[in-house]
Design a protein around this ligand. Sequence first.
Ligand SMILES: [Mg+2]
Length: 160
Amino acid sequence: MTTPERALKHFGIDTQLLKLAEECSELSQAALKFHEYRSVERSAALAEELADVEIMLEQMRAYFGDTPVDAQRANKITRLERRITEAETQPCPKSPPPPPQKRTPGGRHDARRVTLDGSPYPSVWAAARALGVNPSSVLQRLAKSSSCTIDGVLIKEVGK
Ligand SMILES: [Mg+2]
């Protein structure tokens, strides 16, 4: 019996599905942190989370089988190849320059000030870190409205 099969037998698929979600979330946060600021420590943390997710993916393949995953993968690789080819053969439209980004003392690019249940935070990133969630999830919610709630905490943009 392989290690992924042994893990599934020992912990069960329900537990491992939750573990997969947890590891994917950790990988997401490690990727965002490395994107935000590159360091040896953040690179090592990203590698660790990549390994964790690969281990979980091996267990999912052991559970669901290689065939459906390989079929989806082949379709998506084909689509990716087509998109790359299209992008390489079409002239790239000139895009406008990106807007200037404000920097806060913490070095965060998104300097929108927010409050968490009325307490001020210097940036969305700082607020997301305080909540232990991905900054992108906060940014997505604030893109729709000037306030939102995550885990019962009211997040509100200052000045809106
Ligand atoms: Mg992990």
